[in-house]
Ligand binder design. Structure first.
Ligand code: SAM
Ligand code: SF4
Length: 324
C-alpha cells in the first residue's frame, strides 16, 4: 500500500510532535507569557503514538521524525524510540532536539533503543545571542550534546540553524566554520512567519543571501537535493573539508511540489500541510474505538485531497504542537 495525493506525490515521511512542552523559549517558536500547554489527557500516550505509527506504516510511511516541543523532555522517551524502531516498515527513525539534554547517557540510550539519526538545533555560538534567542543559558550544554552525539556514532548528526535579522545573521561564517571543523552537516532553515515570530515582528533571512556569503567555500557542483533522504534540503559539500551545508528555504524557494511529508500533532491530529491547522484527529477516532480499516480510509482521503501548495502560513499555528 502507498499513500499518495491527487497530484501523485507519494507520502513516506511523518513528523510526530511528542510533546508541546519545551525548556527553551525560542523567539521564533514560543509565545511568551501566555504559553498555554495542552491538558495532559489530550496528549498522545506512547502506546497511542506507536499504534498510530503502525497504522501509517502499513499505509506506506517509512520514515519517522520525533519532534515537539522538546522531545527529550518526555519521560522515558527511549521506550518510545525502542517501540517505534521495532516497526519493521520504518527504515529511518530520527529525532530533532534543542540538544540541551543530550547527556552521554541519553545519547547512548537513544542509540541503543534504535534511533538512526539526530538533528540538533543551534542558532548561535555566542552565549549572549544564544540567551537572547532561546531565553536560556544552555549553550555549553548544547555544544556538549553535539559532541556526545558525534562520539556515539550516529549515521548522521545534523545541525539546524534559523537566522534572524539583526540577531544572529552576523554568525554565518562562524557557524560555517563550526560545521567544517567538526565534520557536521549544518542546515540553514528560513524562518517561517508563524504565531510566535509574527507577534514579535521577527524578520528571517533569505537563504539566497546566506548562499551568496558561503558559495566560495562550497563545492557548488556537489548539489544534493533532498540530502540523504528525499526532503526539502539542498546540500553542498564544504571545500577542503568533509562537512556539508544545507539550505531549507520554505520562503524563498517553496518546496511544496515535492513535499512527501505529513505531521502528527501532540494531540493526535494528522496534518497534511504545515501551513494550516486543518487535519484528521486520529487520536479521537482511536479513542472512540473506530476500527483501523475506517481510520485508514479517512487517512487516505485526507492525504489524497491535500492542496498542491500553501498560500502563506496561518499565523495562529504553534510550531511546538504541530511538530516542527
Ligand atoms: N525543540 C526541538 C528543536 O528545537 O530542535 C524540536 C522542535 S523545533 C519546533 C524543530 C525545528 O523547528 C527546530 O530546528 C527549530 O529551529 C525549527 N523552527 C521552530 N520555529 C520555526 C519557525 N518559525 N521557522 C522555521 N523553523 C522553525
Ligand atoms: Fe523549544 Fe525547539 Fe521551539 Fe526552541 S524551536 S522553543 S527548542 S520547540
Amino acid at each position: 500500500m502507498i499513500l499518495k495525493d491527487r497530484f501523485g506525490r507519494v507520502i513516506e515521511t511523518i513528523r510526530i510532535s511528542v510533546t508541546d512542552r519545551c525548556n527553551f523559549k525560542c523567539m521564533y517558536c514560543s509565545i511568551d507569557e501566555d504559553t498555554i500547554f495542552l491538558p495532559r489527557e489530550s496528549i498522545m500516550s506512547f502506546e497511542e503514538i506507536v499504534e498510530i505509527t503502525r497504522i501509517l506504516a502499513q499505509m506506506g510511511i517509512k520514515r519517522v521524525k520525533l519532534t515537539g516541543g522538546e522531545p527529550l523532555i518526555r519521560k522515558n522517551i527511549t521506550e518510545l524510540v525502542k517501540n517505534l524502531a521495532a516497526i519493521k516498515e520504518i527504515k529511518d527513525l530520527s529525532l530533532t532536539t534543542n540538544g540541551s539534554m543530550l547527556t552521554k547517557k541519553m545519547v547512548y540510550n537513544l542509540k541503543r533503543a534504535g534511533l538512526h539519526r539526530l538533528n540538533i538545533s543551534l542558532d548561535s555560538l555566542n552565549p549572549e545571542t544564544f540567551r537572547l534567542i532561546t531565553g536560556g543559558d544552555k549553550l555549553e550544554r548544547v555544544l556538549e550534546g553535539i559532541e556526545n552525539s558525534l562520539k556515539a556514532g550516529f549515521k548522521t548528526v545534523k545541525i539546524n540553524t534559523v537566522l534572524i535579522k539583526g540577531i544572529n545573521d552576523t554568525e554565518i561564517l562562524d557557524l560555517f566554520n563550526f560545521a567544517k571543523n567538526n565534520n557536521l552537516t549544518l542546515r540553514f532553515i528560513e524562518e517561517m512567519p508563524l504565531s510566535a515570530g509574527s507577534s514579535k515582528g521577527i524578520m528571517g533571512v533569505s537563504n539566497d543571501d546566506v548562499f551568496n556569503i558561503l558559495k566560495d567555500y562550497l563545492v557548488t557542483d556537489s548539489k544534493i537535493t533532498g540530502d540523504i533522504y528525499p526532503g526539502p534540503a539542498v546540500t553542498f559539500k564544504i571545500k577542503g573539508g568533509s562537512g556539508r551545508i544545507g539550505f531549507i528555504s520554505p520562503i524563498s524557494h517553496p518546496f511544496c511540489s515535492g513535499c512527501n511529508r505529513i505531521r502528527l500533532t501532540t494531540s493526535g491530529k494528522l496534518l497534511p500541510c504545515i501551513s494550516r491547522n486543518e487535519g484528521l484527529n486520529i487520536l479521537q477516532l482511536m479513542r472512540n474505538r473506530v476500527d483501523p480499516t475506517t481510520i485508514k480510509k479517512k487517512i487516505q482521503e485526507i492525504v489524497f485531497y491535500r492542496k498542491f501548495s500553501h498560500n502563506g502560513f496561518s499565523d495562529y499555528i504553534l510550531m511546538n504542537r504541530l511538530g516542527g
